[in-house]
Write a protein that binds this ligand. Structure first.
Ligand SMILES: [Ca+2]
Ligand SMILES: [Ca+2]
Length: 131
């Protein structure tokens, strides 16, 4: 491979990455069905449960600054019985609750319109918070 081809292909890759990012805001495709929500929640749970004891405890979430604060807030939102531990069930229940809110016509699948409406709502909320 010559330097020129390398330059061209990395430019192409960069271009592709930008195109993908604008087509799918956030981290990849959002889950579209309840099954996918349950699956994703389980994956997320496994990643968050660092010591693999089956619970996410408060010291397993967080980090510094604003992101840490947001994670802590997410944590308490998901801790439905407020025992300071988040179980897989709590994570999945929370995710499904959110899914049902977005699934406006209740057919168990999220259409583009439904996802867009949810995103729009989130954007508005963020702007309101900013004031
Ligand atoms: Ca709990
Ligand atoms: Ca739907």
């Amino acid at each position: 491979m010559t330097l020129k081809t390398i330059l061209i292909s990395s430019a192409l890759i960069a271009g592709l990455a930008t195109a993908t990012a604008s087509a799918q805001p956030g981290r990849g495709e959002p889950p579209r069905t309840r099954d996918e929500v349950i699956e994703r929640a389980a994956e997320r749970f496994e990643r968050a449960d660092k010591n693999a004891d089956g619970y996410i405890s408060e010291d397993e979430v967080g980090g510094k600054g604003r992101r840490g604060k947001m994670m802590k807030r997410m944590f308490s939102m998901q801790d439905a019985n407020e025992d300071g531990l988040v179980t897989l069930e709590e994570v999945q229940d929370h995710a499904l609750e959110r899914f049902d809110t977005i699934d406006a016509n209740g057919d168990g699948e999220l259409s583009d319109d439904e996802l867009e409406a949810a995103q729009e709502e989130r954007r508005e909320k963020r702007q309101q918070r900013r004031g």
